[in-house]
Ligand binder design. Structure first.
Ligand SMILES: CC(C)(COP(=O)(O)OP(=O)(O)OC[C@H]1O[C@@H](n2cnc3c(N)ncnc32)[C@H](O)[C@@H]1OP(=O)(O)O)[C@@H](O)C(=O)NCCC(=O)NCCS
Length: 155
């Protein structure tokens, strides 16, 4: 059966939670997603106003997906891509590349002028984005902090 690329709805997005569980368990991420958390994540994304989701389907089964969210900045209407994943059994066959291309085409026709995302700084995932024409920012870093309860935080 041919692999078909199409826009996905909220039902598809929730089904894509199973792909997250399988795709992030190995290197470089080594993340132990439960299906419950992955479903919650996909629920967050697919209920965000203006979300744009695309999927790769074979015989009705979802093999991979990509999600974009609107992010307007001084530069214009940007598409932030918070999730893209392909089932490990189907990686390395060009599906990820075509998912990005399809998402970008859909974004362009919806009036977005750029796309951006956060990912690994090096390794196979970085090569994947570079191969699709994404350049790394040189000056930006991710800032994060665990949020813990303390008497000060209540004030
Ligand atoms: C990242 C991911 C979506 C790529 O999907 P994929 O279907 O395996 O990728 P493709 O087969 O379309 O590869 C596209 C290009 O990326 C590059 N690439 C892919 N895997 C690579 C690897 N292991 N090493 C080097 N380059 C690689 C190649 O340039 C490739 O093009 P080519 O085959 O014409 O040379 C997939 O590996 C995945 O789901 N990974 C786990 C989840 C994840 O990391 N998501 C992104 C989070 S930011």
């Amino acid at each position: 059966m041919p692999v078909i690329f199409q826009r996905i709805n909220e039902d598809h997005a929730l089904r894509a939670a199973a792909i997250i569980v399988k795709a992030y368990i190995g290197p470089p991420w080594n993340e132990a997603w439960t299906l419950e958390r992955a479903t919650a994540r996909m629920g967050e994304l697919s209920t965000t106003p203006g979300w744009l989701g695309v999927g790769a389907l074979e015989n009705g089964a979802l093999l991979g997906f990509a999600i974009g969210l609107p992010h307007t900045s001084a530069a214009g209407r940007g598409l932030y891509i918070p999730e893209i994943a392909v089932l490990p059994s189907h990686q390395g066959r060009g599906i990820g590349k075509q998912l990005l291309r399809f998402l970008e085409a859909e974004a362009l026709s919806s009036g977005f002028s750029s796309a951006w995302l956060l990912s690994q700084s090096e390794g196979a995932t970085a090569e994947y984005y570079k191969a699709s024409g994404y350049n790394q920012a040189t000056k930006l870093r991710i800032y994060s902090k665990p949020l813990k309860w303390s008497p000060e935080s209540a004030r």
